[in-house]
Design a protein around this ligand. Structure first.
Ligand SMILES: O=C(O)CC[C@@H](O)C(=O)O
Ligand SMILES: [Zn+2]
Length: 566
């Protein structure tokens, strides 16, 4: 590896020449191949401790498994939705309905019955979202085991005008996965079989209730990767991922659900099973109806199975974390990363100083870099040749440091360090609500203007007297982070409590801001309940009219996930 050896001292010289950014050193992934770096690695290791527990603990948000979810101080109920009224066309679920469901699913835990008894404790995990920001009042949760059972449930509900709320792992962030009033929750968690994996084509066919991590582990056995990864992978379900068109951390590399899903099976509101579980990459025969279910947020049917194309898993994964002095430099670094790492670049994530400070305060973790920088980036490469990729990443880092684009950084040397660096990014979402509540905005914004919104939001709260260090102020801080590679900003306003004044100060201002710059008010989390009134900022009247007509066509009684975006 002569080129590699040449590159390392050069990088070191650059750093030593710059006394302002003395430590810690970049860490080689292949320290064993380069003894000089072994020393420097130890130095960096001493600087850096990860969070005491897995900070990416949104991975454990499963309602079924995780009663100790983070608690918001305020626990809103449907009374907090003054603009919404229960639709009186819907029947209230009664003892006869429960009898039918028990006849179908058995009288064990597949039916949580809050009609004939007080089951509020058992129902809580299904009524409340993981942020404890949205809470419905369902009295019945159904956990079918097969598509046929889902079909019979839907037919019954449609015939009896019972509204339903399909639910996966309940890790959504916009209130889409929990009921608003008394909609029956249909939880897909028991439909969790992997049906097949074709290790020539990489096509996985699985039930909607399979946990994302499980799907990825399964693909990994044959050397493939599930083309989606996100913080909640330990508890979110792939059906929910598809229904919300989840984007995640590596969309820059693997593309969106719209591209990767080859087919799906869905149950329509009247119980009809739409079998489009195709394994074809090419099928040019009319409208591609499955696309309506991808990102449809459970408003036109329930996805029960999916068929997805998994790419080859890359054996060589390198991760670096670095600090930069301005957003301008972040953009320059991104441009260089694309230029120099093009085919191996698998993630380019942005974190501002405030987001890292909040993560540190919430978890007690020590951050990877000792000195503070206004911005941090996490970059990941995934390729097939460790030496080749290391050299490319090294050249990239040497270049951006030489050009004074990047000030300081560390590189993971082993799997634990890879996880720890990722935790600094993945742990931010949950850290956002550490003080009690959080207002989350998930936005697509053209890259040059992306960070302006964070600055302007922060100024807004600095000037309106709502943000401060003591309990008198509802807002703790405004943080910006996200998937730089996809122009996707996560703007979080961390609060001590949910407060209408805070909401009024930012909505609809934030959506107007985004709309004026031709962005989208939801890049990846969907509209759910949180943004239902604001769809007009991203979609034209014509498009909304067509969406309503589609909804009417699929769900004439409107029983599917009512009160949500359409
Ligand atoms: O909590 C958020 O605002 C973002 C969550 C998730 O999309 C992420 O990228 O971490
Ligand atoms: Zn995200």
């Amino acid at each position: 590896m002569p080129a590699l050896h040449r590159a390392i001292p050069a990088l070191r010289r650059l750093r030593l020449a710059n006394t302002a950014f003395q430590q810690p050193a970049f860490v080689r992934l292949q320290a064993a191949a380069c003894p000089a770096y072994q020393l420097r690695y130890q130095h960096a290791e001493a600087q850096y401790e990860a969070a005491p527990t897995s900070s990416a603990s949104s991975a454990d948000h499963a309602p079924q498994d995780q009663p100790d979810r983070p608690q918001s101080k305020i626990k809103p109920t449907a009374e907090s939705y003054p603009n919404l009224k229960r639709d009186s066309r819907f029947k209230e679920v009664n003892a006869d309905d429960v009898k039918f469901f028990k006849g179908l699913l058995g009288s064990g835990s597949a039916v949580i019955d809050g009609v004939n008894q007080d089951a509020s404790e058992d129902l809580e995990a299904f009524n409340a979202d993981w942020m404890r920001k949205y809470r419905g009042q369902t009295k019945v949760v159904l956990k079918p085991e097969s598509t046929e059972q889902v079909s019979k449930i839907m037919k019954y509900c449609n015939d009896n005008l019972l509204a339903v709320n399909p639910q996966g792992g309940n890790t959504g962030l916009v209130g889409g996965s929990v009921p608003v009033f008394d909609e029956i929750v249909i939880n897909l968690g028991r439909m969790n079989k992997i049906h097949s994996f074709d290790d020539v084509s990489g096509i996985l066919v699985a039930d909607a209730g399979v946990i994302l991590q499980q799907a990825d582990d399964h693909a990994a056995k044959s050397g493939f990767i599930f083309p989606l990864d996100l913080g909640a992978k330990g508890s979110c379900q792939i059906g929910g991922n598809v229904a919300t068109n989840a984007g995640g951390l590596r969309l820059i590399r693997y593309g969106s659900m719209h591209g990767n899903i080859l087919g799906l099976e869905a149950v329509l509101p009247d119980g009809t099973i739409m079998d489009d579980l195709s394994k074809l990459r090419k099928n040019n025969t009319g409208y591609d109806l499955k696309q309506l279910f991808i990102g449809g947020e459970g408003t036109i049917g329930i996805i029960t199975k999916i068929s997805i194309l998994c790419p080859q898993r890359s054996p060589a994964v390198n991760v670096a974390y670095f600090g930069l002095e301005s957003y301008e430099k972040v953009q320059q670094a991104f441009r260089e990363a694309k230029k120099q790492l093009s085919e191996i670049l698998s993630a380019f994530e942005l974190m501002d100083k405030q987001s890292q400070q909040l993560y540190k305060r919430a978890t007690g973790a020590k951050l990877p870099l000792e000195n503070e920088h206004p911005f941090y980036c996490l970059i990941e490469t995934s390729g097939s040749n460790t030496d080749h990729d290391s050299e490319k990443l090294n050249n990239f880092l040497e270049h951006v440091m030489g050009e004074e684009i990047v000030s300081d950084g560390v590189m993971a040397e082993n799997e634990t360090q890879v996880q720890n660096l990722w935790a600094c990014r993945e742990g931010i979402s949950e850290a956002g609500q550490h003080f009690g509540g959080v207002y989350k905005y998930d936005l697509s914004i053209p890259l040059p203007q992306l960070y302006d919104l964070v600055n302007e939001t922060r100024e807004r709260f600095q000037n309106n007297g709502l943000m401060g260090d003591t309990d008198d102020f509802p807002v703790v801080d405004v943080i910006g982070y996200g998937h730089m590679g996809d122009s996707n900003l996560h703007l979080n306003v961390a609060t001590r409590r949910y407060d209408k004044e805070v909401e009024k100060a930012i909505e609809p201002w934030v959506y107007e801001w985004v709309s004026k710059r031709n962005g989208s008010i939801s890049a990846e989390h969907g509209l759910g309940l949180a943004k239902k009134e604001f769809i007009g900022y991203s979609r034209s009247e014509t498009m909304i009219r067509l969406m309503k007509q589609i909804k009417q066509l699929y769900d004439p009684n409107g029983i599917m996930n009512p009160y949500k975006y359409i």
